[in-house]
Each structure stands twice: as structure tokens, then as C-alpha cells.
Ligand binder design. Sequence first.
Ligand SMILES: C[S@@+](CC[C@H](N)C(=O)[O-])C[C@H]1O[C@@H](n2cnc3c(N)ncnc32)[C@H](O)[C@@H]1O
Length: 227
Amino acid sequence: MVGGADPRMARSLKYEIPGTDRRSDALELAEIGFDGLFSTDLDSPEERVLEIGFGRGEFLLEMAAKRPRSVFLGIEISFKRVLKMARKVGRAELLNVRLIEARGEVVLSDLIPPSSLDEIWVNFSDPWPKDRHARRRVIQPEFVKNAAKSLVAGGFLHIATDDVPYAHQIAETLDAELLFENAFSPHAWLPEVPGRVQTGYEIDWRAAGRPLHFFASRRNSVNASAC
Ligand SMILES: C[S@@+](CC[C@H](N)C(=O)[O-])C[C@H]1O[C@@H](n2cnc3c(N)ncnc32)[C@H](O)[C@@H]1O
């Protein structure tokens, strides 16, 4: 088996990376830190951005190409999606992207120092629609607290979902977090955000007429140790 992959999947996957392989791993992140991952290519980045669950990677590729002075760390739980994305990043010769196969919640809680990120994006994370599976959703109070702690004052947590019950859960969870202010207040979410870079699922869901919910939470200047 290669890299722990299912051998049946290995038959249809291309493992070689055109250009530079921008994959890293949790161990390297723990050892050299977020900036260390990028230090060979970009010193003093303008902004540090984390995307959790990048899927087919459309959003991450477009954001990184539009903002070459900022650095983008993409976290995905799927080996196959990380591999496919590594091929796309290599082909696009993007210096400012790194990819890690991991659970986003764990990276955020264990490997990102406080007040170190400018943006976190969680786009259309799996809604787990059955009640008994709802605890598997990424957006939970502990996740939101850790996200807030990892952001600089004025940094943003952006979340999107097409799932109505999940949208209500997200709204309640964000509302309860004292370290965040709702940037879309008085609305809990917006159905469209002009100028937004679209994700792959977003394009699919929009074409299917599904309701879209976009959240933007701004980290306030309250000291995290006070909450
Ligand atoms: C519905 S897809 C959305 C993909 C992409 N964000 C988009 O909007 O096009 C959700 C993605 O999140 C990934 N994922 C699910 N749970 C995750 C977790 N705990 N940490 C990181 N990625 C996760 C899945 O593998 C999948 O690629």
C-alpha cells in the first residue's frame, strides 16, 4: 500500500506530483510552526489563512492565486483529496499553499498557536443530517472557541452551509461565543455575499437551487483567558 491508501483506489490514482509537492503533515507543523512551513518561499506573509475541508480545492486555488503575498494552509481529512489537490497546486506552481491530511478540529486545537491566524474558512462542511450523527459536525462550541483563540483581533472565521438545520446550529454556536462579533449583524447569516470566491460545492448547490447560508465572525479584542 502507498501512503496508507486502499489498494483498490491506488489503481485509479496518480501519485506523481507535477512540480513541487506542497504537502506537509501534522508532525512538521508541530515542529516548525505555521510560518516555518512557508519559510522557504515567503517571509513575512501579509496574512495567514486556514481552510478546513477544502474538498476539490477550487476555493483554495483561487484565493491563493489572487493573494500571492498571503499564505494558505489547507486541511483535509481525505487522503485522496489531498493527493489530487497536491497535483493541482504543483501544476499551478503556487508557492503560498501547503496541504495537510488531518482532522481540522485537531489541527486547530493542538497545532495552531493563539492569535496567529487572520482568517479561517469552513465551507460546506458535511452536515451529518441524522440527529444521532450531529455531534460529528465540525462546527461545535469547542471548535468555535479554538477558532476564536487562534485568530488575531480583527481576524475572521467564515463558515458556509447549504443545510438549514446545520445553519441554525451554527448561528446558535457563534452567538454563544463571547470572543466573536457577528459581522453580518443584525442578520445571523447572509444568503449571498457579493464578490465571494465560490467553492466547488457552492457552485453545485447554487445550480441545484439549495439555500445558502454565509456566516462571518470577527474576533474581538476580549482576552481569551477571560472567557
Ligand atoms: C461537502 S465537502 C465541501 C468541500 C469544499 N469545502 C467545497 O465547499 O467545495 C466537505 C469536505 O470536508 C472534508 N472534511 C470532513 N470532515 C473534515 C474534518 N473534520 N477535517 C477536515 N476536513 C474534513 C471532507 O473530506 C470533504 O472534502
